[in-house]
Design a protein around this ligand. Structure first.
Ligand code: MRU
Length: 348
């Protein structure tokens, strides 16, 4: 296990032990702890319980997961190994249905292994491809950040939802990456972070990572976004995305509400996401939105906050129609409506 006192990427491969290591995000901000996933089961558990989360980080988790499947397989023939990898990929993909990056990462690494001539080569190809996904993620987020930073002016206050920062990616971040890049250019940017109920990625993770970087951040509840926008406290809204179809942006539940309020107050509403998050082959209605356990709403930690037998609806994400989106910020540039597949340069 590497040194746990120095900041690392959100998710990495441990070359010494051939396992996946990651920051356990369920413990933040109370504890910064690095955990290892030695098996596909432990990786699936980590994804389901949001130890690793955020679309781009899930892309890397999917890729490293297939590599882990290759290293843990006891197969004695290449065909059996490929079958084991396929099963591992299916199990990983089934953990969370909405963020398209997860299945994208899995598929990309499985494809890379197809040309392998033996087991050793298959393991090497899988790991190299997974590592490439992780490295590219950082590079693309920094490019995305540079493109998006142009949209921010010195003195702006940006509202964001959930966590689309370095902890949702391998590093740097998408929505928070734009803010990091703007600050690196010397612009004074402040952030308003919505707490993001029910799992509080905004209050637990976004505020933590921004404070680590000494970026000024103010925490509000999700229901305060209307009031702060009406009061003129927000210059721009920037969120990330879990999947972008032809007609909608899927992101953490609550995003749609912010987009409607931003539109009402003529505040630009930007979506920052790498091309790997685009799924222009599909429309909103074809996408499954992950439904999470009722307990997430009935308990706050171990504290009961609702009658145990109350009916609960707990979708993890919502869809924001494209007409509410001012621009899409990607590593290939900033795109304004109409969002055309050839312009965004998406490979499908
Ligand atoms: O349920 P989560 O925490 O995985 O949801 C994450 C989000 O909704 C993020 O905003 C999205 O993945 C973009 S991350 C750059």
């Amino acid at each position: 296990m590497p040194d746990t006192t120095t900041p690392m990427r959100t998710i990495e491969w441990d070359y010494e032990n051939n396992t996946i290591i990651m920051i356990d995000q369920t413990l933040l901000p109370r504890e910064y702890k690095i955990i290892a996933c030695n098996t596909i089961d432990s990786l699936c558990e980590a994804i389901k319980s949001l130890r690793v989360r955020g679309a781009p980080a899930l892309g890397a988790a999917g890729g490293f997961g297939v590599a882990l499947g290759a290293f843990r397989s006891n197969a004695s023939s290449l065909d059996d190994l490929l079958e084991d990898i396929q099963t591992a990929g299916e199990n990983i993909t089934a953990t969370r249905p909405t963020a398209v990056n997860l299945s994208w990462g899995v598929k990309r690494v499985i494809r890379a292994v197809e040309d392998a001539r033996n087991i050793k080569e298959a393991r090497m190809f899988a790991l190299d491809e997974a590592k490439a996904i992780a490295d590219e993620d950082v590079e693309k987020n920094m490019q995305l950040g540079e493109h998006g930073a142009v949209l921010l002016e010195d003195g702006d206050t940006v509202m964001t939802h959930c966590n689309a920062g370095r902890l949702a990616c391998v590093d740097w971040g998408t929505a928070l990456g734009v803010i990091r890049s703007a600050r690196a250019q010397g612009k004074d940017i402040k952030v308003i972070s919505c707490e993001t109920r029910p799992l509080n990625q905004g209050s637990r993770i976004t505020t933590w990572e921004l404070m680590e970087d000494r970026i000024p951040v103010t925490l509000i509840t999700d229901s305060m976004s209307g009031a702060v926008m009406r009061k003129g406290m927000v210059d721009k809204v920037i969120v990330g995305a879990d999947r972008i179809t032809q007609d909608a942006v899927f992101n953490k539940i609550g995003t749609y509400t912010h987009s409607v309020i931003a539109k009402e107050h003529r505040i630009p509403f930007y979506v920052a996401a790498p091309v790997s998050t685009f799924d222009f082959e599909h429309l909103e209605d074809e996408i499954e939105i992950e439904l999470r356990k009722p307990e997430e709403l009935k308990f706050f930690g171990s504290h009961q906050i609702a009658p145990l037998d109350v009916e609960v609806y707990n979708p993890a994400f919502d869809a924001t129609p494209m007409e509410n989106v001012t621009a899409l910020i990607t590593e290939n540039g900033v795109f304004y409506p109409p969002f055309l597949i050839d312009e965004v340069k998406i490979e499908i």
